[in-house]
Design a protein around this ligand. Sequence first.
Ligand code: SF4
Length: 902
Amino acid sequence: MVATTRTTCPYCGVGCGLRVSVDGNEVKVAGDTEHPSNRGSLCSKGSALADTAGLEDRLLHPIVGGRRVSWEIALGKVASGFAHMIAEHGPDAVAFYVSGQLLTEDYYVANKLMKGYIGSANIDTNSRLCMSSAVAGHQRAFGEDAVPGCYEDLDLADLVVLVGSNTAWCHPVIYQRIVKAREFDNEKKLVVIDPRRTSTAEGADLHLAIKPGTDVALFNGLLAYLADAGVTDSDFLRDHTGGSATALETAREGGDLRAVANTCGIDVADVERFYGWFANTEKTVTAFSQGVNQSTSGTDKVNAIINCHLLTGRIGKPGAGPFSITGQPNAMGGREVGGMASMLAAHMGFEAADTVRRFWNSPVIARKPGLKAVELFDAIDQGKIKAVWIMATNPVVSMPDADAVKMALTKCELVVVSDCMRRTDTTLFADVLLPAAAWGEKDGTVTNSERIISRQRAFLTCPGEARPDWWIVCEVARRLGFGEAFDFENPAAIFAEHARLSAYENDGARAFDLGGLAELDNGDYAGLEPIRWPATSTRRNPPQPPFAKGGTRSESSNSARLFANGGFTFPDGRARLIDVKAKPPAYAPDAEFPLMLNTGRVRDHWHTMTRTAKSPRLASHISEPFVEIHPEDAAHYGIEDATLATVKTRWGSLIARVTANEGQRPGTLFAPIHWNDQFASRARVGALVNPAVCPISGEPEFKHTPVRIEPFGAAWYGFALAARRLPMTRAERIDYWVAVPGQRFWRYELAGRESPEDASAWARRLLKIGERAIDWIEYRDDAAGVYRAAHVDGGALEACLFMAKAPSLPARTWLSSLFVQGGLEECDRTALLAGRPADPAADTGPQVCSCFGVGRNTIFEAIRAGSLKTPAAVGEALNAGTNCGSCVPEIKALLAEAARAK
Ligand code: SF4
């Protein structure tokens, strides 16, 4: 019997609906065609979720002081530890650091415990790192953290402006909506504002590669231009807003178009074209994400964008509005609950402390904001916070100045970590480790970027002694003496209380109102369809409009949107245009650190790889930490493409593979955020990031840290493939390693500053091949610095190692495939140390399309042999690019390369 469960993707804030079927041990994941946010589409990460459902490396039992214990002992240790610190030092001596990965119900009980029962607001979240500037910008402009629009606006807009967002890679299903809408109507325009020429920028009509940190100058210039061009919506401005005169006066200080272009480091003609398109396009959506938010001016950038929409009255209308694209799967749910140090609960601030206390009937209530993420770890370092409970996040990797976070945790008297994984960079510092349920085992709700609440339903039972986060928090609360207030039987009961709080003494005062869901019983909750808030009067999902020709929907009713006719949350009902001045980032490049480091995501990894690294197909798209540099900068600093470089800031350093790329703005570097000490020798980019934060939102400046780059100085480069995982941390002569999980093998990229004296003996030690192993094949050319070896056992490849002085080594794809096929054919054995098959077609090349596992060589050869000219033709021939579409920009690049090669 195959059971199918409708649930939600646990990765990004797009919030795609899934249908998961479990047949014995086999899990299959497909897009849910009935979910309004994705209509069946998935990206490469969502499509590969089944690969991640296994139990490898899971934390399955509570651990205290490194020893397995019962839940009773572990929960008692947490409760007594927190109670002791609170009694000795007060409630502000303890903290929770939670996560946008938690479900709303988990978040709700954690927030209630800290703010209403412990009496501190020291609960902050990793969402602080990705979207707190959007929260603060919404609050300043609207009086409440509310996203006015919905995804349908991206279908309907005639102009989409993407600011600081590599949407094609980071929110691929949204990006594909934009692509499809433009295919249907080629008059629709896409502008991308990003210092890097990303895959998203490749598909744009106009790419503004602005100088990092100049977004406020660009949007202030736009505000002035719009006013001068007479596209102000005077009625809207008069009836529903305030602050436009001062906002405009400040905006004009940025000077004329030429001055703006100069400040932003772009052509004045491009500025004029962008401003002209914006002025003349009523249906304009400006969507933004971390490139805007992660800045010491993050909140100002958000408000500079919103100002332009308020001035023109383009807000909350079909196809028009500012739109924050949220990073994490439930950052929005966490915001709704109030699970941040800067909010109280249910979109209420600390001025509503008495209201919330009355609702909770709680003994105490937090009356002032708590410590935001960076402040919180500083307070741990200073000994002010003596007990911290980290839930579902990995701050030793993801925080800025991450080595300082590591140091702080070593000093903290009690570190509790709830996680589903046994070994992360953060679990290593835990005094108490609590095994949490993982996606697939969790039951609750999440909210996506367009305010749609969806159910995440369990389709697997919790393995070992793993338990849901809400259960763990409630059990600790009971042991702290708050049993009655946390006597929830299930997530449905928590959700109902959350919904009641949202409606409590609300009466239209706040847009966030789930009053219509407050009476859900267990059955209603179990079957809850995706529903957008406000949800004040219905238990039903609002009807979705039909699909129009070409895949876009016709316009839905305005109930999907907020603020088209004013009604903002401030007591006077008016929005505020905010007076924002362009300010430089906190730290400027200097003689010692002359470049600027930008950080971000890659297409097929998520956060700190605890889930995506379980999927060989995801891990094989980009397998190594890298640093992107403009070729001119590379030449200037003596850095060669494909070699290794050391990247240093005042806060830390890493080693990464160099990618010289014309799309990188000169003077800047880019490095991805995902790699960590579990997968690489030194690649935690958070350790390099400066700890400065936006003074309003507290969001760190991940996009702008002064940096320098220098050659790593490798004496040798190499790679190993092995059927078993190899211990790398103590391996001799290896100064650089990256572990890449494959299907039935592990791959290691390696380098060292000194060559091993006896390569053969060293290779055997590294690969764990005994002296007596007989099927050990070697090739060496000492003069050329080449060494190759392979160990065959029982006719199957067990391990191999390739070394050379230069990084040009055989491709890994064909050798990797030998582990999957099992026994070696005679021709494979002969070709083994050549590193390439006798038949070149057998080497598919590095993976491009993760959904269908199609490699670069296969695509290139199909283009050449079939004279293919478009991504659609490649898709027809190979399926590549036809599922999530995330690889289409790479297919386009291969088409261009093939055309040049003719
Ligand atoms: Fe998941 Fe991809 Fe959808 Fe994001 S876009 S929710 S990662 S399937």
